[in-house]
Design a protein. Structure first.
Length: 334
């Protein structure tokens, strides 16, 4: 039985930052993650993707951000159970929680913090009959290494931040040719990224096709062309790679059976401290929902900070905690 103060479900950026905030309050943390390494989506899906909205970092690669978060957490000696999914939760007579993983590992803690990102996820795939014939043979749903596309012709589909950011990145000296295709004239991504794509389209660095979509793929063993449907009809575009970046379809998995209030695959929380309807269980980051929710890493950091303050009061109801700034008190590990 692994015992800790705060048991964190999910070792992504929000889970790792929780270790730091908890450590400042002398609370120990242990993290469970189904992936074989810490970092969550940032490590598994897009370690080389640049992120622009982390305070103090005008630009940082996702993998580098995880490296820095691990260094920040290191003084507080977190424990990890990796490659195992949190399956069952039981409440003990003294109000603690026992969480058992898919491999039978048991953990016990007075507080559970769910920081599972999108939960169990899979890419949203377009409805094209022979799509699977070219998966990993020119069709990729995740950009693991952008330099894999060096000197190649790349078509990207999507209207969110991922499609916009990768179009900008690959068009800046990586790919030979980048085409961005979107079904609408308006984009869902950050306005600054949208403007960059429009500017790069005007200068010829990106071919931008709106009110269009890929409706077919073809090739001889590997992808070499996509069929594009526009108002004026269908055209074929030669390409080496097609990246349909339509986001991930989230599923809570076993967490959906924990008695938590769920709304569209997200866990409802109280924004006072990001507690769920089950006292002692909190949810932070992309996995939670509340009015005005923004799925940004920096918002998850804020949620983790307030959650830890509430967790301290739950674990030590008779102790008065006085906030001390790290600029004055420094960072003292265990």
């Amino acid at each position: 039985m692994i015992e800790t103060d705060i048991l964190i479900i999910g070792a992504g950026p929000c889970g790792l930052f929780t270790v730091f905030e908890a450590g400042l309050l002398k609370l120990r943390c242990h993290l469970i993650d189904a992936l074989p390494q810490a970092g969550g989506q940032l490590t598994e899906i897009y370690p080389k993707k640049p992120i622009y909205d982390i305070p103090g970092y005008p630009e940082v690669l996702a993998g580098e951000l995880i490296d820095q978060l691990m260094k920040q957490a290191e003084p507080f000696k977190p424990g990890f159970t990796l490659g195992e999914r949190a399956e069952r939760v039981e409440k003990t007579e003294d109000g603690k929680f026992i969480v058992t993983t898919s491999r039978g590992t048991k953990h016990i803690a007075p507080v559970v913090a769910i920081a599972g990102g999108l939960g169990c996820f899979e890419p949203r795939k377009p409805p094209i009959g022979n799509l699977t014939d070219f998966e990993d043979k020119g069709i990729e749903y995740i950009v693991r290494d952008p330099h894999f596309y060096k000197g190649k012709k790349v078509v990207i589909s999507g209207g969110g931040d991922s499609a916009l950011d990768w179009s900008i990145f690959l068009a800046n000296g990586v790919a030979e040719e980048v085409t961005l295709i979107h079904r609408s004239k308006s984009f869902r991504g950050h306005p600054d990224s949208v403007q960059k794509v429009i500017d790069m389209s005007g200068s010829g660095k990106i071919r931008l096709l709106t009110e269009a979509e890929v409706v077919g793929v073809s090739g001889n063993g590997v992808l070499n062309a996509v069929k594009i449907q526009q108002n004026e009809g269908e055209t074929e575009l030669q390409t080496d790679h097609w990246l349909p970046l339509f986001g991930l379809s989230p599923k809570l998995g076993p967490l959906a059976e924990w008695g938590l209030n769920i709304d569209k695959n997200s866990i409802e929380v109280n924004t006072f401290d990001y507690s769920t309807n089950v006292p002692g269980i909190y949810a932070i980051g992309d996995i939670n929902t509340y009015p005005g929710k923004l799925k940004l890493i920096l918002c998850g950091f804020h949620e983790a900070t307030l959650m830890v303050q509430s967790a301290f009061k739950r674990i030590y109801p008779d102790k008065n905690y006085v906030l001390k700034y790290t600029t004055v008190n420094g960072v003292q590990g265990f």
